[in-house]
Design a protein around this ligand. Structure first.
Ligand SMILES: [Mn+2]
Length: 310
């Protein structure tokens, strides 16, 4: 049987990586030949989590042979997927994002739910089939939930996600979830040796808003001032990226995890006007205070999508 390549999104984060690992395990219990891959290097938080759980990093691929069989986890948009997605056969999709431009010529398995992480959904599928995750995988799934929900701070968090963490910790036995989450966020905020370019590209996604090309970045951190103090250099890099990638919109949110506050760096007048029209918020010195809009997928993207569909 052909192998199913299980792929998370570009600029892999903790949930994309972990959902690809645990969904691969799920497929294996169904006697499906599957392997998880990542599309790029992992961030410090994901590395920390994999080390803690004693799990190896998936290997990296950039493209696959045409007609390769794949599973998409934690994304479904072309702009965020493996480069030659159009040449591949999508056999599975497990996700918790908006559905935008996915179309196939053949039947496939799709499962999406409004849970805070794709890993929560994979765990539900395991539970429905009476599959008990190993201690290592239970640790991973808890970590993905804590990461995507910013330890339940994000508006995407459901009661069900909290129950899943409690239930899985009977297996994982993480002594103190609060301390563990903080250690994860500190690993993610360990930015001292990275360049400004790496900083602004730490977690970005590209979107197509009705023909407008948008680049929406997010730096989730326990130390927002480190990024905000580099605003001038960041703006220079945003200008470069906007030109080279031919973008219509570029925004970078600095998300203060502990104080639950989003300060967004707004590149130029075009973006200022959008922020004003969409959120009724004025930009001062290239900074817009977006309050507690912590979640890109729920508090930013739907509003922008609606604005550009008019
Ligand atoms: Mn996710």
């Amino acid at each position: 049987m052909d192998k199913i390549h299980v792929l998370g999104h570009k600029i892999p984060d903790t949930d994309a990586t972990i959902s690809s690992i645990v969904f691969t395990e799920y497929l294996k219990t169904k006697w499906v030949h599957a392997e998880a891959y990542k599309l790029w290097d992992l961030n410090n938080e994901t590395r920390f989590v994999l080390d803690y759980a004693w799990i190896n990093e998936p290997s990296t691929i950039k493209t696959l042979e045409p007609k390769s069989k794949i599973a998409l986890v934690d994304h479904n948009e072309y702009t965020q997927a493996i480069d030659n997605l159009a040449d591949l056969e999508i056999h599975y999709l497990v996700d918790h994002h908006k559905i935008w431009n996915l179309a196939t010529n053949y039947p496939l398995f799709i499962r999406t739910e409004k849970l805070c992480s794709t890993s929560s959904i994979v765990y539900k599928m395991m539970r429905e089939d009476w599959i008990i995750p190993s201690k290592e995988h239970a640790t991973l799934i808890i970590s993905a939930i804590l990461s995507d929900s910013l330890h339940f701070r994000s508006s995407t968090t459901q009661q069900e996600d909290k129950f899943i963490v409690e239930e899985l910790n009977l297996i994982a036995s993480i002594p103190n979830i609060e301390e563990y989450a903080l250690a994860m966020f500190q690993a993610k905020s360990d930015l001292w040796n990275i360049t400004v370019e790496e900083l602004i590209k730490i977690d970005y996604k590209e979107f197509d808003f009705n023909g407008k090309k948008a680049w929406i970045g997010s730096v989730e951190t326990t130390n927002p001032n480190y990024s905000l103090n580099r605003k001038t250099e960041i703006l220079e890099w945003m200008q470069k990226i906007k030109t080279t990638d031919n973008l219509d919109i570029i925004l970078l949110s600095i998300v203060d995890i502990l104080n639950e506050k989003n300060t967004t760096i707004v590149y130029w007048e075009t973006e200022e006007l959008i922020i004003k029209n969409v959120f009724w918020i004025d930009t001062v010195d290239n900074l817009a205070d977006l309050w507690n809009r912590l979640s890109r997928k729920k508090d930013i993207i739907p509003q922008l999508t609606e604005y550009f569909s008019k």
